[in-house]
Design a protein around this ligand. Sequence first.
Ligand SMILES: [Zn+2]
Length: 114
Amino acid sequence: MHELSLAREILDICHRETTGKKIKQLNLRIGELSSVSPESLLFYLDNISLKSCLEGAIINYKIIEASLLCHNCAVYFKTDDWICPYCGKTITEYGIGRELEIESIELIDETDNN
Ligand SMILES: [Zn+2]
């Protein structure tokens, strides 16, 4: 499964970033064109996080709407005709909407617990 390998990658990144500390909250950004099913990704993350830095963490995600980017104007926008409304240039690809990213990782502050 596609989402299982993505979940493993996310967990790997978390391990590297946290250096053994526990994660309280993980915030993800999932592009609407990324072909990632958030439910499935969260399911696998929950499954593989046992005894890891991610165990018990709250995992949030934001769906990122696909937008076009005009390199001329450096502006993101949505349009059906693929033409920049500012300069009239034809756009050939999406600027955002295909990503799967970790937006932020919040660690458990261990001084809070005792
Ligand atoms: Zn433009």
